[in-house]
Design a protein around this ligand. Structure first.
Ligand code: KG4
Ligand code: ZN
Length: 344
């Protein structure tokens, strides 16, 4: 066993908000001792997307094993943990309930404090894992399957939202376009891969314009333009070059995400930019943001792909800072499907 000094904080974190059953042990917020992810992707692929009830059933099957593997991987026991943390929203309600019920049972039986974590706060916190020098404040672009937010991270767990999507989330747009062009589920990684062999300038798709807030996003117009292109090609019997289409669509998304993020950092006077969420693992987004930040004299932070998509290590990191603030959940902790960022 590793030394469990009084001042060291070990958190067992559980994440089950969508289609990954995950558990991790995190030491003092930034050292990941284990990070176990049981993905259901193969199971949902046959349905072309996540089926909520199947996700819940799979979580209940896997969760004990995943937690046991996380403790084993860290070479620690439940009694060595300082606290138990769990994602309690937002996400699929039946999926969240599995993790919340499990965490409550463990915390109760082992007499450990319980910490409820906001899933998106977890995604943002993924940036702390491999960047020991990163501290708030900074600007963060959160791009996942369900969320597209541009936020100022004022302090640990404290956010000001300066922009959000008016319609589809960025990941949702990737998933819908991938499905329409026959790449299947999950769309993001498939478009990313196909785009590597394509020409991003081959087709011109609209860059979303939204009314009054310069930092809001909209992807439904772009998605419709791509779907129209596909339908038109099908009707006229034209062959679609999938790599070109993937690269051109991805280019349109990336351009908008990068330009707004860098503009926001400049306007609000922050020198650090981070990205978070599943779409943050996109190769083109990472490269374009890196270049734009360099040109603008900004420091750019990003998690490794494994910490961008859903995982429990990021939940353990977020929980550590909540723990330090004295935040504890009561035995009445419940799952909240539409939990908003900044809400408790
Ligand atoms: O953060 P995440 O794992 O789950 C949510 O909290 O939503 O994000 C999943 C989303 C999916 O829409 C998936 O297609 C997208 O992230 N994604 C990507 C890539 N990898 C995952 N999108 C673009 N490029 C990728 N490489
Ligand atoms: Zn997520």
């Amino acid at each position: 066993m590793k030394g469990n000094d009084m001042e060291d904080v070990y958190i067992l974190a559980i994440e089950s908000s969508c289609d990954e059953t995950a558990a991790a042990v995190v030491k003092n917020g930034r050292t990941v001792l284990s990070n176990i992810i049981s993905s259901q992707i193969a199971l949902h692929t046959m349905f072309g997307g996540v089926v909520p009830e199947i996700a819940s059933r799979k979580h209940i099957e896997k969760i004990n094993q995943v937690i046991e593997d996380a403790l084993k991987g860290a070479d620690m026991k439940l009694e060595d943990m300082t606290a138990i943390a769990v994602t309690y929203g937002p996400g699929l309600i039946g999926a969240l309930l599995v993790g919340v019920a499990e965490a409550k049972a463990i915390a109760y039986a082992a007499k450990k404090p319980l910490i409820g974590v906001h899933h998106i706060e977890g995604h943002v916190s993924a940036n702390f894992i491999e960047n020991p020098d990163l501290e708030p404040p900074f600007v963060c672009l959160i791009v996942s399957g369900g969320h597209t937010h541009l936020v100022i991270v004022r302090d640990y767990g404290e956010f000001s939202i300066i922009g959000r999507t008016r319609d589809d989330a960025a990941g949702e747009a990737f998933d819908k376009v991938a499905r329409a062009v026959g790449l299947g589920y999950p769309g993001g990684p498939k478009i990313d891969r196909a785009a590597r062999d394509g020409n991003p300038g081959a087709m011109t798709f609209p860059r979303a314009k939204v009314g009054d807030n310069p930092y809001d996003f909209s992807f439904s117009g772009l998605k419709s333009a791509v779907l129209n292109y596909i339908n038109h090609a099908k009707m006229t019997g034209e062959e679609i070059c999938v790599p070109d289409l993937a690269a051109s669509f991805q280019n349109a998304v990336v351009e908008v995400l990068v330009s707004r993020t860098v503009e926001a950092a400049k306007e609000y006077g922050f020198s650090k930019v981070a990205i978070a969420g599943g779409v943050a693992s996109n190769t083109a987004l990472r490269e374009a943001m890196q270049h734009a930040c360099m040109d603008a004299g900004l420091s750019f932070y990003y998690p490794s792909p494994v910490f961008c998509t859903d995982n429990a290590a990021m939940i353990g990191t977020a929980a550590y800072y909540e723990y330090r603030k004295g935040v504890r959940a009561g035995w009445d902790l419940n799952a909240v499907a539409n939990l908003r960022l900044g809400e408790r």
